[in-house]
Design a protein around this ligand. Structure first.
Ligand code: G6P
Length: 489
């Protein structure tokens, strides 16, 4: 039976995302160095065996010359990756501009940039044109590699225009689209000058997925209120065509974290960290340095806690890992200076000759060091102002089975819907509430910690990324079959 299964070709899955799971670096000898970036989506898809997955996306580098493009394409093919080449101007207008300066803040309830409020402004129009052009370039590459029977899974806010482009190429293509950020209330979405065009394009997909039921509901409301279409319990209907809309909460590859804690090098890291922080409770934040993560608010809450609880000043340390991101966008540059200024002030205020209350690192950690840090943490602080899901909260829980530390979690992160019963939920804008929660978490009795952790650990280890990916793709297959049956009836 096993032999027979091996002969059945697996269904091909084309994963299309703005960024490939590897980033390319050009070496001096003109060869390419490829670095795997293990994020949520990558680990989710690495774990699925049911499909033969290929990735299509931007390699994160500008490769203007054809020779370079050919050699990078060849190097990436070994990793089952197919590059989309975007020139610097498009990256500037599409990625830095429309994606990260317009859609990203809007979808996280931070509003549109003031100067772009009118559709008539040149910058808005040219950024939207670049967005559509970039999406068309992605569609060209998908179309070139598509074979009948493939499933095409488009990811995130960068590629909202892609489902429409793909269906224009081939109406029979099975197309799914998944959003990794929140989808905001329709009242927020309706401020976007290109609101209708984007919604209509997403609706060209067969299946549209979100992390939470609320995001799916907001999307359906936007389609009914802005486009005047009909919302049904299954999705959105337009002239007899149903686009299925549903929630598919992502998870992590929890086994990978649990197993890492058994490795000698991770154990050595844990020992080192325990010695380094002996006599102090460890609080931890791990975030991309992004305004949606609420890093300044978190640090200010920690300051308030130290201010009001002098007894804790030399007994607790906050380790904040702030991974630089989108550094070409001015808003991100401003945030970096702001965070550095606050950290400096607090360390000056509460530091001693031998210790500072905040260890702030402007870089990422490798996987093993990160697991060790999660494992020695007493309290994790995830205080996003808005967050699609937030997998740091999941990773922390996966590494805490011996310590049973406490998770303080923003009620505005998608993860609050799955880990809310085990975490202490907070409104990150309420600095006083977060400061009080820090005190509560640091002194929480062991039996309460155990109970809260058990709830979260069970969730994290049973709702994995593999299950998420498999559920989405099989639902997409089913949706297309059902639609065909409906047409035949
Ligand atoms: C979020 C987005 C992803 C994105 C990631 C990193 O999680 O949902 O699509 O890849 O941030 O951001 P970057 O702009 O560096 O790709």
């Amino acid at each position: 039976c096993e032999k027979q299964d091996a002969r059945v070709p697996k269904q091909r899955l084309l994963v299309v995302a703005n960024r490939l799971p590897v980033s390319a670096i050009r070496k001096d000898d003109y060869s390419w160095g490829l670095e795997i970036s293990v994020g949520g989506l990558v680990s989710a898809l690495l774990g699925i065996n049911e499909f033969e997955a290929r990735w299509i996306g931007w390699a994160g580098v500008n490769v203007p010359d054809e020779v370079g493009q050919r050699s990078l394409t060849k190097a990436l093919a070994e990793k089952r990756c197919i590059p989309v080449f975007l020139d610097e101007e498009i990256v500037h207008q599409y990625y830095n501009g429309y994606c990260n300066n317009i859609l990203w803040p809007l979808f996280h309830y931070l509003g549109l940039p003031q100067e772009d409020r009118l559709a008539t402004t040149r910058s808005f129009q040219s950024q939207f044109a670049a967005y559509k052009l970039a999406n068309k370039m992605f569609a060209d590459v998908v179309n070139e590699h598509y074979r009948e029977g493939d499933v095409v899974w488009c990811h995130d806010y960068h590629l909202m225009f892609l489902p429409k482009c793909l269906k224009e190429y081939n109406n029979k293509m099975k197309v799914g689209w998944f959003l990794h950020t929140p989808f905001p209330s329709s009242e927020i979405h309706r401020t976007l000058p290109s609101r209708s065009e984007l919604l209509r394009s997403v609706l060209a997909a067969d299946l549209v997925g979100f992390h939470t039921y609320d995001y799916a509901r907001h999307f359906v409301s936007a389609c009914t209120r802005i486009l005047g279409l009909e919302g049904t319990p299954d999705g959105v209907e337009d002239q007899g065509k149903l686009t299925r809309v549903a929630a598919f909460p992502i998870g992590i590859d929890s086994e990978r974290f649990v197993q890492a804690l058994e490795l000698t090098q991770v154990k050595a890291h844990i020992k080192e960290l325990k010695e380094r922080f002996a006599g102090r409770k460890v609080m931890l934040g791990v975030d991309r340095l992004d305004m949606i993560k609420g890093i300044p608010q978190k640090i200010l809450a920690f300051e308030k806690f130290l201010e009001e609880n002098p007894i804790w000043r030399d007994k607790v340390v906050l380790v904040q890992i702030a991974v630089p991101t989108r550094t070409d966008v001015p808003e991100y540059q401003k945030l970096s200076s702001q965070v550095h200024e606050i950290v400096g002030r607090i360390n000056g205020r509460f530091g001693t000759l031998t210790a500072v209350p905040i260890h702030h690192l402007d870089r990422s950690l490798d996987f093993h060091a990160l697991c060790a840090l999660y494992a020695v943490t007493d309290v994790a602080l995830v205080t996003s102002l808005r967050d699609g899901m937030n997998l740091v909260s999941y990773e922390f829980v996966a590494c805490q089975d011996s310590k049973k530390g406490v998770l303080i979690l923003s009620e505005f992160a998608g993860a609050a819907q799955s880990l809310g019963a085990g975490a202490i939920l907070v409104n990150p804008w309420n600095i006083t509430e977060v400061a009080t929660s820090i005190g509560y978490a640091l002194t929480m009795p062991e039996d309460e910690r155990e109970k809260r952790h058990r709830h979260n650990f069970t969730h994290v280890t049973t709702h994995t990324s593999q299950e998420w990916a498999e559920t989405f793709v099989s639902e997409l297959n089913d949706t297309v079959v059902e639609a065909q049956l409906r047409i035949r009836q």
